[in-house]
Design a protein around this ligand. Structure first.
Ligand code: C2E
Ligand code: MG
Ligand code: MG
Length: 705
């Protein structure tokens, strides 16, 4: 068991305290006994001397005849008067007869002890009440009587306590002095050490860098060194702290916008999901993606792109901070975490989207440019769409993907159907990859005709993905998925190669191959140089560029217009024709149309289908007029009956494609189709020659010559 704390202070002070206390106890026990013995011895010596001196004088007075009593002799001794003493003489006869004096036990004992040894003394200390009386006896050598002296030595004994207390006081004072020195020494040592220890602790536990700043080095060299070492450590620790703060900032915040990053957002989401599990709060995740952010970067430069993100982040900060937390989730993707009451309707939840839309609606001005933003939104909320952060994020992503498919400025909430769609998309992507690798995809060809003459003028190559049961996965299903999954470029490359290979093969068989149109997705232009890819394929298969046509959709025009335009111009220079597919369904502005290197406009089949309505007919008429005014060929897609063909002819459309003429067909069938067409052409030409001959027989004679 420890009585004192295990500190340097008590280590230094406690031994002095313990030793001091022991010393005092020892002194108070031993010193009184020792002084008592000394006093007794001194009294005995003094009394014996007094007694023997008196005896000598008494003996002399007896021998000289001037008999004096012992008391008288004693009184004559001025040097002994300091001791208060009674003298008593008892004759031998008194002992024997017992007439005058009755001897007490001391006297009797002295009488018997001194008989025969009259030079000796007999003594005894008596305590009577509070008094100390020393009794010493001897025998005189003349009369043989007992001489007794009684000395009152009380004063000696009372005086004895004084040295004891003086000693104790001295020792105590010494100890106190020692204690004071030890205390001061220990404080000088322990205080800085303690401050250092506390500073170290608060530095390591709380990271409090201000702790220990007041540690003053004492005169002790070791402590001075320790303090200096600590100050150095504190400075290093401060640097480390600053670095850690910076690392934390980079780890949890987006350096460009200062918003929380994805890690911090997920952390918050998990935290709120845990916290609100028992409450009536339903955390909602909104992911939104700026529409065509790449175009902003490409058109205005990356600095403008960064500025746009910063302005948007500032605007998002104005959202109600108590209920909405904003984060930058990806390049141009932002995430909002919103705490909403349970059971709120979807419309109620969409109000947040409306608020963000209103923030986006103000144009952003950068370097004399004015940029208008829109975004697509995906929403998910707990517990309906998941009770874990990962599930909610995945759900919001699925909703966002769907919203993006619907076009700019769309918003979607997660639903089971969306999840199924997403799952289907994943399956399609996997299957499509293996179909591509195993070259199970193939082009079908749909012939295109001059409507008036019915002459074959070309064909559109359309991709076909056969299932194992012989049916086909419709391109309308897998092409959008391929575009999302970055599979559209390999598909485009595959089609360019296959179409060129077929053309080369047919040419080698001596067939006059018509123009073959290949559909190229807008994203393909963004991912690789399409002109180079076509050039290489043409060179590889040794076919004339004039045999090819590239079909692009209007949506290609809205994305990366410069890249697309450069690529198309290059192709056109080679002799490849360019057709604008599905014309009328997109948003291409007339100014773009004017700049584009085009050869043909393809009227979208939806207008042909609806041509019985005057509105669609009017649109078709307008497109035909536009094509004519721009010196472009106009081809109508999806002609399914003769009435449509006639109507188109009436409106001035000369080229057509559709089930009315021919459906898309596999390459070998198409080869047979071309051969038939060519034979028909040859036959009709022969017929024509025959007719001409029959009408003017002399002509043949002229020709035959
Ligand atoms: P598109 O380029 O407009 O192709 C015309 C679509 O209309 C084809 O559908 C064709 O089969 C269909 N069609 C032709 N005539 C008629 C008709 O009289 N009635 C009806 N109802 N439909 C007709 P398909 O083959 O299903 O292709 C759909 C879309 O998929 C194409 O539209 C094109 O945008 C895309 N696509 C097809 N093949 C490729 C390809 O190799 N690459 C790319 N990037 N897209 C392709
Ligand atoms: Mg097409
Ligand atoms: Mg089309």
């Amino acid at each position: 068991m420890r009585f004192f704390p295990e500190t340097i202070y008590w280590r230094l002070v406690s031994p002095i305290l313990v030793v001091g206390l022991l010393l005092v106890a020892l002194i108070s026990l031993i010193v009184p006994t020792m002084t008592e013995q000394t006093a007794t011895r001194a009294a005995l010596l003094h009394g014996t001397e007094l007694l023997l001196h008196t005896r000598d004088r008494l003996e002399n007075s007896i021998q000289s005849g001037t008999t004096k009593s012992a008391s008288e002799i004693l009184a004559e001794l001025p040097e002994y008067s300091v001791s208060k003493a009674d003298f008593l003489t008892i004759q031998a006869k008194d002992f024997n007869s017992g007439t005058n004096i009755v001897p007490d036990s001391f006297q009797r004992e002295a009488w018997s002890t001194l008989t025969g040894n009259s030079n000796d003394v007999h003594s005894e200390l008596n305590v009577i009440g509070s008094r100390y009386i020393y009794r010493i006896a001897t025998k005189d050598r003349v009369l043989g009587s007992l001489l007794e002296i009684r000395l009152d030595v009380t004063r000696n004994f009372q005086g004895n306590s004084f040295p004891t207390w003086a000693l104790i006081a001295g020792v105590l004072a010494g100890i106190l002095m020692l204690l004071l020195c030890a205390h001061l020494g220990a404080r000088a040592l322990a205080d800085p050490l303690q401050t250092l220890a506390l500073a170290f602790r608060s530095l390591s536990e709380k990271g409090d860098l201000s702790a220990g700043s007041h540690v003053s080095p004492t005169s002790a060299q070791e402590i001075r060194r320790l303090t200096k070492a600590f100050q150095l450590f504190r400075e290093r620790e401060k640097d480390r702290h600053d670095l850690t703060d910076e690392i934390k900032r980079l780890a949890f915040f987006d350096p460009l916008t200062g918003l929380a990053n994805r890690t911090r957002f997920l952390h918050h989401l998990k935290h709120h999901l845990d916290e609100t599990r028992e409450m009536t709060i339903s955390p909602m995740v909104v992911l939104f993606d700026i529409d065509r952010y790449r175009d902003i970067n490409d058109t205005f430069g990356h600095e403008a792109g960064d500025a746009v993100l910063r302005v948007l982040a500032d605007r998002l900060r104005t959202l109600d901070a108590a209920h909405v937390r904003a984060a930058r989730y990806g390049e141009d993707t932002f995430a909002l975490l919103c705490l909403i009451e349970w059971g709120q309707s979807e419309d109620e939840r969409m109000k947040l989207v409306e608020r963000v839309r209103s923030l986006l609606s103000h144009r952003i001005h950068y370097d004399h440019q004015s940029i208008q933003l829109t975004a697509c939104f995906g929403l998910s909320w707990a517990p309906d769409h998941g009770s874990h952060a990962d599930a909610l994020i995945t759900a919001a992503h699925i909703a966002l993907d769907k919203a993006k498919c619907q076009g700019r400025d769309s918003a979607m909430s997660y639903s089971r159907e969306l999840a199924n769609e997403a799952q289907n998309r994943i399956t399609i992507v996997q299957d499509l990859k293996s179909a591509l690798n195993q070259r199970r995809l193939q082009p079908f060809f749909q012939p295109q005709f001059d409507i008036a003459s019915g002459r074959l003028i070309g064909a559109e190559a359309l991709i076909r993905w056969p299932r194992f049961d012989g049916t086909f996965v419709p391109p309308g299903v897998f092409i959008p998925v391929a575009e999302q999954a970055q599979l559209i470029t390999p598909i485009g490359q595959f089609m360019i190669d296959q179409v060129c290979a077929s053309a080369a093969q047919w040419q080698a068989q001596g067939v006059k191959v018509p123009r073959l149109a290949i559909n190229i997705s807008a994203l393909h232009f963004a991912e690789e140089n399409v002109a180079d890819a076509v050039k290489q394929a043409i060179a590889r298969h040794e076919i004339p560029a004039e045999l090819l046509e590239i079909e692009i959709t209007e949506s290609a025009m809205s994305q990366r217009i410069e890249t697309v335009m450069d690529s198309l111009s290059e192709l056109q220079k080679l002799g490849v024709e360019i057709a604008l597919d599905d014309f009328g369904t997109g948003y291409s502005s007339l100014s773009y149309l004017q700049q584009l290197p085009l050869n043909r406009l393809k009227i979208d089949q939806s207008f042909i289908k609806e041509m019985s309505s005057s509105r669609s007919a009017q649109i078709v008429k307008t497109i035909i007029g536009l094509g004519r005014s721009m010196n472009l060929s106009v081809l109508a897609e999806g002609i399914e009956n003769e009435a449509q063909a006639d109507h188109l002819l009436e409106l001035g459309c000369r080229e057509g494609q559709g089930y009315h003429f021919a459906k898309p067909m596999p390459p070998d069938e198409f080869l047979a189709f071309i051969q038939d067409e060519q034979m028909r052409d040859a036959d009709s030409q022969a017929d024509l020659v025959r007719q001409i001959k029959s009408v003017s027989p002399h002509m043949s004679a002229v020709n035959g010559r």
